[in-house]
Design a binder for this molecule. Structure first.
Ligand code: 5GP
Length: 179
C-alpha cells in the first residue's frame, strides 16, 4: 500500500465484484431499453470502464464534465464544463458517478438532463457518503459501497488531480492535504 494511504476502502478485486453485481442488475432492469450511461468526468472513467464490461444488454455511453470541488472541499456551486453529445429526449439515462457526497452535483445534473426530456434518470455510484448530504437529492439506485465521511482517492478519485490511477480506493492520510 502507498505511504500516503491510511486504509484501503475497496480493493481492485472488490471493485470488480461490485461492477459485476451492478452490471447484472442493470442488464435485468434495462432489457430492450438501450440505456445511455452518462459518466461524470473525470472521476467516473475507471468505474464506467469496468461497469460497462458487465452490462449484457444494448447500451451507449456519453460524458459530461461538471466542477464543484477544490482540494478536499465542495465549493457548493456546480458549473457545467462539458455537455453530453447525444440527444437525450426520451432516453433512459444512468448517471455514472465515482462518489456522491453532498448530493449537489448529482442533483444539478439530474435537473439539467431532466429539463431536456430524458424519459428516466437513475444514478449508479461506486461510493456513497450519505452522512455528507446537504441537499435533498435523488437516492442512487445502484451503490457500490456506503462509506464514512472521509476523503478517499484512487480508482478515478483525485486529490488536486492526483491519485486517480490507483487501482483501489483508499483514505488519504491527512498530512497530504494539511501540510
Ligand atoms: P457532491 O456534489 O455530492 O458533494 O460531490 C460529488 C463529487 O465530489 C464527486 O464526483 C467527487 O468528484 C467529489 N468528491 C466527494 N467526496 C470525495 C472524496 O472523498 N474524495 C474525492 N477524491 N472526491 C470527492
Amino acid at each position: 500500500m502507498e505511504n500516503f494511504i491510511e486504509e484501503v476502502v475497496l480493493s481492485n478485486e472488490e471493485i470488480v465484484r461490485i461492477c459485476e453485481k451492478i452490471g447484472k442488475q442493470i442488464t435485468e432492469d434495462y432489457q430492450n431499453k438501450n440505456p445511455l450511461l452518462v459518466g461524470l468526468l473525470k472521476g467516473s472513467v475507471p468505474f464506467m470502464a469496468e461497469l460497462m464490461k458487465h452490462i449484457k444488454c444494448d447500451m451507449e455511453i456519453d460524458f459530461m464534465e461538471v466542477s464543484s470541488y477544490a482540494g478536499v472541499n465542495s465549493t457548493g456551486a456546480v458549473t457545467i464544463l462539458k455537455d453530453v453529445k447525444a440527444d437525450i429526449r426520451g432516453r433512459d439515462i444512468i448517471l455514472v458517478e465515482d462518489i456522491v457526497d453532498t448530493g449537489l452535483t448529482i442533483q444539478e445534473v439530474i435537473n439539467f438532463l431532466g429539463s431536456r426530456g430524458a424519459r428516466s434518470i437513475e444514478i449508479a455510484t461506486l461510493l456513497d457518503k450519505p452522512a455528507g448530504r446537504t441537499v435533498k437529492c435523488q437516492i442512487p439506485k445502484y451503490i457500490g459501497l456506503e462509506i464514512e465521511p472521509k476523503f478517499v482517492v484512487g480508482f478515478g478519485l483525485d486529490y488536486n488531480q492526483k491519485y486517480r490511477n490507483l487501482p483501489y480506493v483508499g483514505v488519504l492520510k491527512r498530512w497530504v492535504y494539511e501540510k
